[in-house]
Design a protein around this ligand. Structure first.
Ligand code: DLL
Length: 443
């Protein structure tokens, strides 16, 4: 593995500001963001109720005086209630899945896209990408922020993009070989699938030029990284983000891989106890609460990410002094990430409820036998729907699978069960059995 001189792994000078300089920038941008948020009815109402003005914020620490924002606040204001810019100034929309079939819509102005491209460029450079490289993007392109976000970051650096998009593993491998791609961008589980297919096809890794992988969008472990890097000789880095805040580019590992550096000149990070909503001491697990302080179209204040992680401070050998986060250790809600797609059990329940005779007793079983998530939805059906005709049962199963697909965008395998098969619970029903074991360590 080549040793990179870290001084070349900085995209712009703001990345190596001192803590005091970062705080000064954060203060100015936070006040400006509050001013901008006054045009959003949701925030204006909250500020009025709390008698808050931009002048009430006298330091970054005063951020705790500001209201929190949750996914359901965004949902209640679907699609564009959080817009803080004129509709004609919007140049792009993306979306993220939620508890209902409707996504949360995120809007970007030209300046937001510019900012986002730079944020992605920063973590790509930090992880070793260079302008002469070719990068294969195997993320979905569409409402999901992964594909376009990374695509623009790569172009910003001046590297070449192969926009392969997600899926079709054979074609991914062909392109990796034929285009001599230096880097791969996708979810960690898909990277592992590609690596295992390379191994299964007995392709000599020396036929590839792959040296780097930029992986994110879902939880993964150090073990997965080791397996991946034992199959193909690459250096893989982790990157984190979420649509509501901007998309990928909120934080990312540098080549030293000592946690994901937050881009603190554009985001203010808090780590709170999800129950008391009080800050946890550094080094302890808590829920990340993130404010975006440079966005125009949809700035967001104190967004409860529901992602549980640990924050670390201290200067990294790469020269950055920004806060770093551990891997995402878990969630403070019940959201599942299946093959990179966010889904709530309630979405599956919604699908089942729409079919007479299915539900209310169901169970979602998640496994990762190899590298990709497999999901079985076991559902009890009403005795009136039971039939000894195979065709009836197959039709019912297909109907349920297609409603789940319509609501969640995922093809899940449905297993029909006779009444009273599933265990009954006296307290909370255990609807989800997650055997994937993907959140085991936290570096
Ligand atoms: O997944 C943005 C993204 C795309 C990040 C590509 C990195 C690469 P959403 O679809 O809104 O946005 O999902 C956000 O995904 O709250 C986390 O729970 C999870 N997540 C994202 N990155 C990581 C990561 C994108 N590196 C949700 N490790 C977040 C663990 C991650 N979980």
């Amino acid at each position: 593995m080549p040793q990179y001189p870290y001084k070349h792994l900085i995209w712009d000078e703001c990345e190596t500001l001192s803590r005091d300089e970062i705080r000064a920038i954060q203060f100015v941008r936070l006040r400006e963001t509050i001013r901008r948020c006054m045009s959003v009815p949701f925030y204006r109402k909250k500020f009025d109720e709390m008698e808050l003005r931009p002048e009430s914020i006298c330091s970054v620490d005063d951020i705790v005086k500001l209201p929190l924002t949750t996914k359901s606040d965004l949902r209640d204001n679907y699609p564009l209630g959080f817009l803080a810019a004129r509709r004609e100034d919007i140049v792009r929309y993306h979306g993220s899945t939620g508890t209902t079939g409707k996504p949360t819509i995120i809007a970007y102005t030209k300046a937001d896209i510019e900012l986002w491209s730079n944020l992605c460029a920063r973590f790509l450079i930090a992880g070793g990408l260079q302008s002469h490289h070719t990068v294969q993007v195997a993320f979905g392109y569409g409402l999901f922020t992964g594909g376009f976000g990374l695509h623009y970051g790569i172009e910003r650096i001046g590297a070449a993009v192969v926009p392969a998009a997600a899926g079709n593993t054979k074609r991914q491998i062909m392109l990796l070989k034929d285009m001599q791609s230096d880097a791969l961008v996708c979810t960690p589980s898909y990277a592992l699938t590609i690596a295992e297919a390379i191994k299964a096809e007995n392709i000599d890794p020396s036929e590839l030029s792959l040296k780097l992988a930029f992986l994110g969008g879902e939880p993964w472990t150090e073990q997965m990284r080791e397996t991946l890097e034992s199959i193909i000789d690459i250096r893989s880095t982790n990157n984190y983000g979420l649509s509501e805040v901007i998309g990928p580019g909120v934080s990312g590992e540098c080549y030293a891989r000592t946690g994901m550096h937050f881009q603190e000149d554009h985001f203010i990070i808090e780590c709170l106890d999800p129950d008391t909503l009080k800050p946890v001491p550094e080094g302890c697990q808590g829920e990340l609460v993130i404010s975006s302080i440079s966005k125009e179209a949809m700035p967001i204040l104190r967004y409860r990410t529901r992602d549980i992680a640990i924050l670390y401070s201290g200067k990294c050998e790469c020269g950055r002094e920004t806060l770093r986060m551990s891997r995402v250790i878990g969630r403070s809600d019940d959201m599942l990430i299946i093959r990179g797609v966010n889904i709530f059990p309630s979405q599956i329940e919604e699908a089942l409820l729409s079919i007479e005779g299915a539900a209310p007793h169901y169970q979602i079983i998640l496994d990762r036998p190899k590298t990709l998530d497999e999901v079985r939805v076991r559902v009890e059906i009403d005795k009136n729907l039971l039939s000894d005709k195979m065709i009836d049962m197959v039709q019912l199963k297909t109907r349920i699978e297609s409603v789940i697909h319509q609501i969640s965008g995922l093809h899940l395998q449905v297993e029909l069960l006779p009444p009273m098969t599933l265990e009954r619970y006296e307290g909370k029903a255990k609807r989800v059995i997650d055997n994937r074991n993907i959140v085991t360590n936290n570096q």
